[in-house]
Ligand binder design. Sequence first.
Ligand code: ARG
Length: 555
Amino acid sequence: MKNTVIEQLATVLDGTLSVQEIEDMLEKPKFEQLGDIAFPCFLLAKKYRKSPHLIAEEISQQIAKEGFEKIEVLGGYINFFYDKVTFANAVITKVLKERDQYGAKEETGKQIVIDYSSPNIAKPFSMGHLRSTVIGQALANIAEKNGDKAIRINHLGDWGTQFGKLIVAYKKWGSKELVEASPIEELLKLYVKFHEVADDALNDEARAAFKMLENGDSESLQLWQWFREESIKEFMTLYDLMNIQFDSFAGEAFYNDKMPSVVEELEKKGLLVESDGADVVELENMPPCLIKKKDGATLYATRDLAAAFYRMKNYQPKAIYYVVGNEQSLHFNQWIQVVEKMGYEWAKSLHHVPFGMMLKDGKKMSTRKGKVVLLANVLEEVIEMVKQNIEEKNPNLENKEEVAKAVGVGAVIFHDLKNFRLNDIEFSLQEMLNFEGETGPYVQYTFARIQSILEKQPFKENRSYILEVNDYEWPIYTQLVEFPTIVEKAYEHADPSLVAKFALKLARTFNKYYGNTKILESDDFLNGRLALCESVAIVLKESLRLLGIETPKSM
Ligand code: ARG
């Protein structure tokens, strides 16, 4: 319908404005009484030195009225009122034809790297990592819906001075059996103990141990490798549970042999300055970026620099997104400015995509000293709660386990993604599982409700259908038509919450319609109503898929 408006305007304006210009100028009126879409004539008024109202009048008179209920001129705007039935038909035809491709853009042939999740070896998977995981996964899905290829990278924190400490602690107090039984918990205990007893001598020992690791000492490497493998095993349980995928697990250690060339280049370009024995790059408006410590050990930022160079060369992406909490903003600002100073144009395509904290009772949810809140356990708990709910309400349901998993995980993901990422969010199991609230289960339930309608009376694809457009149906059509724009905006602003909010609203609108309509009544509009149901189901499913959430057929 919007295209009809654009075409019509383009014909009437006959080259005065390009199709793109017309499209950009079109506005959605603030009030329904002002029509479905409006074209402002102020720009043209300036050009032709006529009043906007007069221009609007002239244009509107030349527009073919077909497909519109009416076209009105008001205050320099041409307000288009779509013919509701024509509009409804256009939407439903499109959704049913394109199905899960509805809202998808053509392939661009471009790649985007998304760096997300990225937990630290031998440390618990934190709430921050959970946020990064779900936001990153959604962004990758949204990128692909927009036609780009997403390269999903888990930049594991598998290198750094902490491994020196860990090696020392393990050699002093560690037990192989304990670590194998519960790797992250045990390794964390060792790490905590190290800090409890560490004095200057022990710290020196740890520094020396890390140095040996960096120099490729085989015993140290073996230990490190083992810590890494055991930790990854534990992370994998979580990823499997949540259906999270990566194209690469190239973590910080992967860049060990790729740092010297970056450091050399910094030196050659005269950017490296000595400060207290360490090598730093001085920056504008922020503290210097530390590249090499006094003892020659490299740092987190050095590895990020090397990683950026590697990714740019290897994938030639149009951008790299770093989905990392906002407490690391300084880190990203610093090393990205270093790339700028090196004179690389592509520094502009490196984007920190920050997010807020996960709070519990208003406080930061951190891993208490030595006591690990294992996320896998939290998820198991949520899934267990869903299972109990199913036992109470729908004991005969097939695949209870699978459904409970999909709903539990969906609840956790949606609870995160419905908020704009920079907001802090309060972790609340009750809230995320509320089937009536603004939750994943609510949207999933709406989808399942439609499936049960369509099971009783399938939509007959090959039969014609007539659409009714009453007050309950109209908002469904206008929302369905928004989906492609939402997908586009979500990518433009790296904001999956737009998709989550859209899904919630569509589910609400559908449920209102459901509560006020005898959908299965056999009258002339039956197949039309089923077409509507089918379309809503397609778009809800696709919205949730973008967020990384499954849609069980019944629950
Ligand atoms: N491992 C880091 C942490 O847990 C996050 C890494 C984010 N990605 C990056 N390229 N710096 O804090």
